[in-house]
Ligand binder design. Structure first.
Ligand code: PLP
Length: 391
């Protein structure tokens, strides 16, 4: 059967299976090696040095490119490595227009590099088409998109953003970490580069740190490969093996993440101590229509505001038992975070306010545990939060 005829779920499960011609290993061998011998004098083999190329890493890159529908993927040592790699497409004086509530590490890197004069950066509310259009019209060379955004799950219209990018010949880069290719394929909506923290859903088991940049075309892919090697950003073979193992179950995991998140979003929406709930699957979410159009599902991330502010957030987070208080997201286990003091602590007060990140905001990475246990746990957290919340 031709690769293109197989469902992506099948491609994910079967990636590299039964390709070992030497021993017939069903699962592809892991090449934990720094270098590869020459077959003879002036006779290099396909691989020579692992920073430049490694079969295990290439196997992962191949499946990521297939799942995203790109020309090729470059696997990096972290999601921030992938962000750094995509930023190599910017030159001094170029303008990158990003989201004001982007991931804290991306915010730090874009501002840090801009402060050194490597390029200019404007972070705006990309869900407001007029605001985005005005910023892009200043002569953007790159539009950096996160959709859904972190942590407020705002939805950016990818097709519309592509039109803006084309109007000024800018590259469109989409960080697809929150949904994974199982639930969103940005290249189909015009993305030139898709960035991932594979640390999250793609690996899915919170036991490594990695990233990837999937390029829509050959020219961009070659640049990504060249810079990853030149800067030393390449991901390790062992982490690539772990990620590929995770990718095999991506599609089934995403279904359970979404089922659980939907149930929690519903009970949170009805609870008296909760102000706003941010989950694109809710009809009340301002980006629900766009999400329905451009996504294949709504995912496992949600945020909500507790009316009792910081005090209520603290009580909630100290009460829940199945939501581990930790940074990161996308693993099989449920996690909870307080963005203002954790993931977005790099934001100053003004940027937090501008991004709409309040002291009472709690972000959940909803895992794949049994739905009823997660519901019971969240309800117990909300009951505890009620003791310090205005009624
Ligand atoms: N992009 C998003 C949306 C993220 O949430 C993160 C990490 O949380 C990153 C990029 C950076 O990834 P990493 O932590 O793997 O460097």
């Amino acid at each position: 059967m031709n690769k293109k005829d197989k469902a992506r779920q099948t491609q994910a499960v079967r990636a590299g299976v039964d390709t070992d011609s030497q021993h017939g290993a069903v699962m592809p061998p892991v090449y934990l090696t720094t270098n590869f011998s020459f077959a003879g004098f002036e006779k290099p083999r396909e691989y020579d040095y692992t920073r430049t190329g490694n079969p295990t890493r290439d196997a992962l890159a191949g499946v990521l490119a297939d799942l995203e529908g790109g020309f090729g993927a470059t696997v990096t040592s972290s999601g921030m490595g992938a962000v750094t790699l995509a930023c190599q497409m910017l030159n001094p004086d170029d303008l990158v227009v990003g989201p004001q509530d982007c991931y804290g590490g991306t915010f730090r890197l874009l501002n840090g590099l801009a402060n050194r004069g490597l390029f200019n950066v404007r972070l705006v509310d990309q869900t407001d088409p007029n605001v985005l259009a005005a910023a892009v019209a200043e002569g953007a060379k790159m539009i950096w998109v996160e959709s859904p955004t972190n942590p407020l799950l705002r939805i950016v219209d990818l097709a519309q953003t592509k039109k803006l990018a084309e109007s000024v010949a800018a590259l469109m880069v989409v960080d697809n970490t929150f949904l994974s290719p199982a639930l969103q394929r940005p290249i189909e909506h015009g993305a030139d580069l898709v960035v991932h923290s594979t640390t999250k859903y793609l690996n899915g088991h919170s036991d490594m740190v990695g990233g990837a940049v999937v390029a829509a075309n050959e020219a961009l892919h070659e640049q990504m490969q060249w810079w990853a090697n030149a800067l030393g950003l390449s991901g390790s073979p062992f982490d690539s093996f772990l990620t590929m193992r995770g990718v095999r179950t991506l599609y089934v995991r995403m279904q359970q993440h979404e089922k659980n998140a939907t149930s929690l979003a519903e009970i949170l929406s009805e609870h008296e101590v909760v102000g706003k709930v941010y989950y694109p699957g809710l009809k009340s979410h301002p980006g629900h229509q766009i999400a329905t159009r451009q996504q294949l599902g709504f995912g496992g991330m949600l945020s909500f505001e507790l009316k009792g502010g910081m005090a209520a957030a603290r009580v909630f987070l100290e009460t829940v038992e199945l939501f581990t208080l930790a940074e990161s997201l996308g693993g099989v286990e449920s996690l909870a975070a307080h963005p203002a003091t954790m993931t977005h602590a790099t934001f100053d007060k003004e940027s937090l306010a501008k991004a709409g990140i309040s002291d009472g905001l709690v972000r959940l990475s909803v895992g794949i545990e049994a739905t009823e246990d997660l519901v019971r746990d969240v309800l117990q957290g909300l009951e505890a939060a009620a003791t310090v919340s205005p009624r």
